[in-house]
Structures are given as structure tokens and as C-alpha cells.
Design a protein around this ligand. Structure first.
Ligand code: GDP
Length: 294
């Protein structure tokens, strides 16, 4: 995860750690390299600019120059600023009583939404919940079948209907959950290759009809700034509660993870770190910052 970024940042800090005292111009050089590394990691340009300014200000304020271990002090500052950039985030899911708590998943096709529905289901089972998954992606023919297979693998029930009305399926599913004693409903909505009006209207209509307690956007981290831009567009239509960023295990760059919160104002709540159904983790900005810095 983020190997390329980690390697580049490490080499910047290594060149500083080798020195005893450093000068302001050493810091400027280091920040130029940090900036380059972040841009190459596909972090949003404006965010990189602000980030580097914040680090520089903090470094000068902390008198890194006078410190005996300037490299370490700077790493700590970068670590803190990275944490700030990705947070704060409350990963708790607030359950309503009486239930069911409704969670809606939106996202582009191929981002890992259906897999994430099952991962989230598994996560909720581990918290003692009895989730129901709803196959409400009626656009992609294989999506219903895929969710049913995932349902069998996880032992989580799946609600589906052979009709083309996503709003009705979602409404019926909630009623079914109430009748069956499911306390959480995870709704897997339709994805498309690109955001289009029809897709946005459908998912917005589903959201309006069932008023979810949580709306998560599932994004593929490998798509970098495209993921961030789609998050921005979805957020304008859906009042997202957060983002679930998938495929971090295959993302060497990290641009999406570092940009989403600052661009959309919505935090990453969970990350997908593998294809297997237990590969979903709560997102902790401080731990992620440490991982990035190796
Ligand atoms: P959907 O079209 O958004 O429903 O996407 P799918 O759930 O079908 O996932 C698309 C592909 O991404 C599948 O091959 C998944 O196994 C894979 N995938 C999903 N999440 C992750 C993840 O966190 N890591 C990796 N490596 N693959 C993932």
C-alpha cells in the first residue's frame, strides 16, 4: 500500500536525518521534494500546496533548525499534518432503535461496491448485528447473482426481486427486514461506468424513498483523482456520511486517500484492503499517516 509514496518521502527525510543542524534552505529543498512526491502520488494540486505551506509553517514555528534531530522533528510534523489532512473521522455506525438501521452504498461500477456490501455485512455480524443485504443494483445484470453468491458465502440473507424498479425493491426490502427481524439493511445500488444524470436520479430517488441513516460512497482508490472527483459529484447530490475506499492493497500512490476528506469534507470511514470478505478495516488517519511514512 502506497509503496511508491512511502519510498519517496523516506528518501527526502533520510537526506535530512544525515545532517546535524539544518538551515531554512534545507527545509525548503525538502518541502520541494515532498511536494513533488505528493503530486506524483496524484494528490489534488491545491491540497498539496496548502499541505506544504502548513508543514513549512509548523517546521519554522517548531524551530526545526535549532533542533538536535531536525529530520525526526520534521517527520513528526509531516505525520501530524497528514493525520489532520485525512481526519477527523468517527468510524462508529450509530444504530437506530427501533431498527432497522439503513445503510445505502453508492458508487461507480467496478469500484467494489457489491463486494463491500458483503464485507460490511460481515463486519456488522462481528458486531452482533443481523444484517440484510439488498440487491438494488438492477442495471448490471450479474449484480443480483453476485450478491446472492456473497450472501451464501457469508450466511447473510439477500433481498432481491425480479423487477426493474429500484425504489420499490428498496422499500419492499425495508419492510421485509422489519418482518424478519433484521436490524441493519445494506442497500447495494446501481453503478455505472461514468456518472450520468439517470444514475444520479435513480440513487437520489432511492435515498429519498428510504431515508438511509448512513450513505457511504464506495470509491476505487486506484483511480486517484477520478475517485475524488466522483466523490465530489456524488456528495453534491446525496449528502454522503462518508467514503469507503477500496483496493488500497493495490494502490502504490495514495492520492485518493490523501485528497478525499479535504476535497469533499467527508471522511473515509472504511478501507478495503483485499478481495477477501474479511478485508475491510476501519479507517484511522493517524495509523494511515504512520503507514505512509513507513
Ligand atoms: P461493483 O461493480 O462496484 O459492485 O464491484 P465489485 O464488487 O464487483 O468489485 C469489482 C472487483 O474489485 C472485484 O474483482 C472485487 O474482488 C475487487 N475488489 C473489491 N474490493 C477490493 C479490495 O479492497 N481490494 C482488491 N484487491 N480488490 C477488490
Amino acid at each position: 500500500m502506497f509503496e511508491s509514496l512511502t519510498e519517496k518521502l523516506n528518501s527526502v527525510f533520510k537526506s535530512l536525518s544525515g545532517r546535524g543542524r539544518i538551515t531554512e534552505s534545507n527545509i525548503s529543498d525538502a518541502m520541494r521534494d515532498v511536494r513533488k512526491a505528493l503530486l506524483e502520488a496524484d494528490v489534488n494540486y491545491n491540497i498539496v500546496k496548502q499541505f506544504c505551506k502548513d508543514v513549512r509553517d509548523a517546521a519554522l514555528g517548531a524551530e526545526v533548525i535549532k533542533s538536535l534531530h531536525p529530520g525526526q522533528v520534521l517527520i513528526k510534523i509531516v505525520n501530524d499534518e497528514l493525520t489532520k489532512l485525512m481526519g477527523p473521522v468517527d468510524t462508529r455506525i450509530y444504530f437506530v432503535s427501533p431498527g432497522p438501521t439503513i445503510i445505502l452504498l453508492a458508487g461507480l461500477q467496478g469500484c467494489g461496491k457489491t463486494t463491500t456490501a458483503a464485507k460490511l455485512g460481515n463486519y456488522l455480524v462481528s458486531k452482533g448485528k443481523r444484517p440484510l443485504m439488498v440487491a438494488d443494483d438492477l442495471q448490471r445484470p450479474a449484480a443480483i447473482e453476485q450478491l446472492k453468491v456473497l450472501g451464501e458465502q457469508t450466511g447473510i440473507p439477500v433481498y432481491s426481486e425480479e423487477i426493474k424498479d429500484a425504489v420499490r425493491v428498496a422499500r419492499n426490502a425495508i419492510k421485509h427486514a422489519k418482518d424478519s427481524g433484521n436490524d441493519v439493511v445494506i442497500v447495494d445500488t446501481a453503478g455505472r461506468l461514468h456518472i450520468d444524470e439517470e444514475m444520479m436520479t435513480e440513487v437520489a430517488n432511492v435515498a429519498k424513498a428510504i431515508t438511509p441513516h448512513q450513505i457511504y460512497l464506495v470509491c476505487d482508490s486506484m483511480t486517484g483523482q477520478d475517485a475524488v472527483n466522483s466523490a465530489k459529484e456524488f456528495n453534491e447530490r446525496l449528502e454522503l456520511d462518508g467514503v469507503i475506499l477500496t483496493k488500497l492493497d493495490g494502490d502504490a500512490r495514495g492520492g485518493a486517500a490523501l485528497s478525499v476528506k479535504a476535497v469533499t469534507g467527508k471522511p473515509i470511514k472504511f478501507i478495503g484492503v483485499g478481495e477477501k470478505l474479511d478485508k475491510l478495516e476501519e479507517f484511522h488517519p493517524d495509523r494511515m499517516a504512520s503507514r505512509i511514512l513507513g
